[in-house]
Design a protein around this ligand. Structure first.
Ligand code: KG4
Ligand code: ZN
Length: 335
């Protein structure tokens, strides 16, 4: 089964062709990072305009690279929520147009489910599992059962972990996106700020306190006329944020006697996160799955196609048919 996956919820225009939910024939990503860098974050209006400019080229490249034509595609999958509305609209309406013109059924996909399925690309994830999305917009912990049903265990009560990375990076003069910039600086830093771990019950998380601690530390240094090392701030922030996420992941795995942990989203690209989870004695014997390729961590079309494949296979009754333009005529006739 060939699925065309379309993603445009934020600042990446991406289209992929994925075979049977696993084999990535192409995954073209037109990133706008360099455009938004000078503003220190994504500017929604600019993002939408660039999606409009890029999306046709991205489609052609995705089909060419996969060596297929649009007529070979069995389903079109597209991110329909959550995200920047102008950005979402470009991908969604483009997908609807393709679906209507070529009579290919359309499957709307929740962006978070897309991230979850990024760990299934070119990889076998055994279920049941604890699965985590750690991105710029979300930090959520779920269980997934053998039938792919998701249950939310907990989520951040304020900033997402990637958002905290981006904000702290900005404070210390590092460029957007903050995750990779902080990761790089932290290599030469020391965890010497003594940032307290957030104290939340259950599986919920919080990252804004860690961020505020850094703000106060910088303000204190400035008031006293003391120097601070951005490497140490990067290292202290990163290790505290990851430790907090790791502790919640361990709690979810232990409480649910899970043998599998899957972690996805932009922050799952972080090497320190991978190292800290892989070296946790509490997770010994647990299969820890990260997206196989770095390009599957951040936003991409392949994960959207994978999510559609498993949705069709296990939860076809949950697909919202109102998004399917192939049924538009019938819909109008009925009305
Ligand atoms: O999943 P994603 O591409 O978009 C959302 O759905 O939000 O995640 C983007 C987030 C940004 O906040 C970025 O700073 C973070 O992922 N990120 C990282 C790394 N690469 C991207 N955070 C930590 N370490 C990284 N290597
Ligand atoms: Zn995302």
């Amino acid at each position: 089964m060939l699925i065309l996956g379309i993603e445009s919820s934020c600042d990446e225009t991406s289209i992929a062709v994925v075979k049977d939910g696993k084999e990535v024939l192409s995954n073209i990503i037109a990133t706008q990072i360099d455009i938004h860098k000078k503003y220190g974050g994504v500017v929604p209006e600019i993002a939408s305009r660039h999606h409009i400019e890029n999306i046709c080229y991205v489609l052609h490249e995705a089909l060419d690279k996969a060596n297929v034509s649009i007529e070979d595609i069995d389903y079109i999958a597209v991110t329909n929520k959550p995200g920047l509305i102008g950005s979402l609209l470009v991908g969604l309406l483009f997908a609807k147009g393709l679906s209507y013109m070529y009579k290919i059924p359309l499957i709307p996909i929740n962006h978070l489910e897309g991230h979850i399925y990024s760990t299934f690309l070119e990889n076998d994830v055994s279920l049941p599992a604890v699965t985590i999305v750690a991105s710029g917009g979300h930090t959520s912990i779920y269980t997934m059962d053998e039938k792919h049903n998701l249950e939310l265990l907990g989520e951040t009560q304020d900033d997402a972990i990637g958002e905290a990375y981006d904000k702290v990076a900005r404070m210390i003069g590092l460029s957007y996106p903050g995750g990779p910039s902080i990761e790089k600086k932290a290599i030469n830093g020391i965890d010497n700020l003594n940032i307290p771990l957030p104290n939340l019950s259950g599986y919920n998380l919080s990252f804004s306190g860690i961020k505020t601690y850094v703000t106060n530390y910088i303000n204190r240094c400035n008031m006293k006329g003391e120097d601070y090392k951005i490497e140490d701030i990067a290292k202290s922030f990163q290790d505290t944020a990851i430790k907090h996420l790791k502790n919640k992941a361990i709690k979810a795995v232990v409480d649910n006697s899970s043998k599998t942990l899957a972690i996805a989203g932009g922050v799952s690209a972080n090497k320190r996160l991978r190292e800290m989870l892989n070296n946790s004695p509490e997770l010994e014997g647990v299969s820890i799955n990260f997206p196989v390729k770095m390009e599957y961590c951040t936003d991409n079309g392949a994960m959207i196609a994978a999510a559609a494949y498993y949705t069709l296979k296990y939860k076809a009754d949950t697909i919202d048919k109102t998004f399917d333009a192939t049924s538009t005529k019938e819909f109008h006739r009925k009305r």
